[in-house]
Design a protein around this ligand. Sequence first.
Ligand code: P1T
Length: 388
Amino acid sequence: MKFSTKAIHAGQEPDPTTGAIIPPVYQTSTYVQEGLNQHKGFEYARTQNPTRFALEECLAALEGAKYGLCFGSGLAAEGNIMNLLSSGDHVICGDDVYGGTYRLFEKVWKRYGITFTYVDASDASKVKAAIQPNTKMIWIETPTNPLLRLCDIKAIAEVAKAGKQITVVDNTFASPYLQNPIALGADIVVHSVTKYIGGHSDVIGGAVLTSRDDLYETLKFHQNAVGAVPGPWDCWLVLRGVKTLAVRMEAHQKNAMTIAQYLEKHPAVEKVMYPGLPSHPQHALAKAQMNGFGGMVSFVLKGGEESARQFLGSTKLFSLAESLGGVESLVCHPVSMTHGSIPKAERDARGVVDALVRLSVGIEDIDDLVKDLEAGLAKVTVMAGSAK
Ligand code: P1T
């Protein structure tokens, strides 16, 4: 089956009791057992829920993975992966990741004796150079949040295989429609399902996908033992959203490309980051590793923080909000919003500067979106030469 067919049908056989074409929301906490040790494979809903199982199967199919596990948020999914590690283990992490991922590592897992080294993972040789005898995991995002840098998944997975590290790829920005890290050698894929997979800004969720039996066993154990599972209603919403992932991603990236090209020519804009632009330093890798360039566009305004302040909040269709991947366009100021938990010195060193703006380009009409940006950018006075 091809992608769009899987998105609509995988894990979603008609309900065996009624023939309902849509998996029911099994809103139950427990299941009645016929007798001691006699049941239908369902005992307690933290452990087993048919609506969640349908979503897990569907997402595994979309990532080309053998197994899928769903969680109450993307960060809960990340925590589940970290449960694979023990005190004394070391993790190499890309230096441009979602601020909440950095916070989870630095403020939570560090306290349990796990150490982290952050490297520019867009250069696989830097990842290799950071390996220590106790390195157990290599964690990357690609494209990265918010700078839209790319990491060469195949090259990093090879580095990891040689050193026996587990490669984890946060595939949230690309979505399974545009990139399948397991096929490129990664061991685990993690998603914030909240974003493109859900697609409608109405649910928080996460997923972990793997084809490795050994890892799955431990991940599955911790899904139940730690218990950060999503409710069936949320799973149902994601199942509904994911059916249109292919058509939405096509629309997102068509709009994003037009906007990236528009911004690149705008006099108020210093720099545009979008993997689909030939000016992107890893445009060739994007073409090789992805099936498209996605719906996220970041750019740096001329004139520093003041310009960002003038621009942000002045658009009407691009709503000022955290998150991404919904059908509606959003604009975000990473420094004060999504990446505020990273200390300023670290942010500056990584290029997450005060004048950086991140767009989640929605699927509204492109003419309206460009007009909206035009109006917002007209507020940036540096363009008229009246600001520094
Ligand atoms: O919000 P949650 O579902 O817990 O997902 C966390 C997460 C994980 N990975 C990536 C790449 C993410 O972007 C996120 C969440 N990001 C935002 C809320 C944001 O606006 O960037």
